[in-house]
Design a protein around this ligand. Structure first.
Ligand code: NI
Length: 192
């Protein structure tokens, strides 16, 4: 089921999510399936449970290719429950980010360039991985959602934050972020 994505300003996006306690709970499988369906409908490269109003430490991300980030290399499709992260460098790099909770906008955000992360996979197995570049950026962005942090909170130079069509007037990116997901939500009937 496609769920409504909360928008910046909703206090639920600022809350600290709580750990998932029962990985075998069948309700968790449904939530994960909904996260994937919702992320795909919105052309997202990641989605965290709090973005659909579920205050759990659960996130998904990954893509083969994505029209919203056409220049980025693929990131493995990953579901992580109760994730953790460790910085492997103090070096940061600025990169443009968007967020399904901040539709139509982009901002230049500093992120660590090399991290180790992990957590529990859907089948209960432990995951541990190193990531660099855009992969590391995507993880950090989604991980932030579990702690009530949105990318605009991390922008150091607010002159590098704005609407896609104004920042990148020659790009077709803006058209991709008209709110397609919303019409899907309305079409699927009552929300949970
Ligand atoms: Ni986001």
């Amino acid at each position: 089921m496609i769920r409504e994505i909360l928008k910046m300003g909703d206090p639920r996006l600022l809350a600290i999510a709580r750990p998932v306690e029962d990985i075998g709970d069948p309700a968790l499988k449904d939530i994960i399936a909904d996260l994937y369906e919702t992320m795909r409908a919105a052309n997202g490269v990641g989605l965290a449970a709090p973005q659909v109003g579920i205050g759990l430490r659960l996130m998904i991300f990954g893509f083969e290719s994505n029209p919203r980030y056409p220049d980025e290399k693929p990131v493995p499709m990953t579901t992580i429950i109760n994730p953790w992260m460790e910085l492997l460098t103090e070096e940061t790099e600025d990169g443009w980010e968007g967020c399904l909770s901040v539709p139509g906008m982009r901002g230049l955000v500093p992120r660590a360039t090399h991290i180790r992360y992990g957590g529990t996979l859907e089948d209960g197995a432990a995951l541990e991985r190193e990531a660099r570049g855009f992969h590391a950026r995507v993880f950090q962005h989604e991980f932030d959602h579990l702690n009530g942090v949105l990318y605009p909170h991390r922008i150091r130079d607010l002159t590098r934050f704005g609407f896609i069509e104004a920042l990148f007037p020659d790009s077709e990116l803006a058209a991709l972020e008209r709110p397609i997901a919303t019409s899907h939500v309305e079409a699927t009937g009552p929300r949970p």
